[in-house]
Design a protein around this ligand. Sequence first.
Ligand code: 5GP
Ligand code: ZN
Length: 113
Amino acid sequence: MNDCLFCKIIKGEIPSDKVYEDELVYVFKDINPTAPVHLLVIPKQHISKLDEVTAENSGVIAHIYEVIARLAKELDLKDGFRVVTNCGESAGQSVFHIHFHLLAGRPLLWPAG
Ligand code: 5GP
Ligand code: ZN
């Protein structure tokens, strides 16, 4: 049994505001946006967190960055954007299905803190 929230979103068991989907990835709006553009990019394959990426499953991660580059053009994010992956609870990860936050539409301070 898979109790993963994002696996349920991919399967349509929990509604989401979908922005893009292909055979490998699913992109949807964050329910609690922290910027005017706040998307979550996730692999359809369940990988819990970034330190579980291996030579065997990293192809989908490369694909995710291709999708992000394409979305940035389509959404006209020419003022810049940020991609964030929190790994582990102390880094702020609250959903244990790897995800890439795509943030844009406001000044993004750095270091993020
Ligand atoms: P994390 O804190 O793990 O880096 O990011 C998890 C993100 O998932 C948060 O920004 C949170 O707002 C978002 N989130 C949590 N539950 C849901 C949900 O049911 N639907 C959507 N669209 N986003 C969610
Ligand atoms: Zn999952």
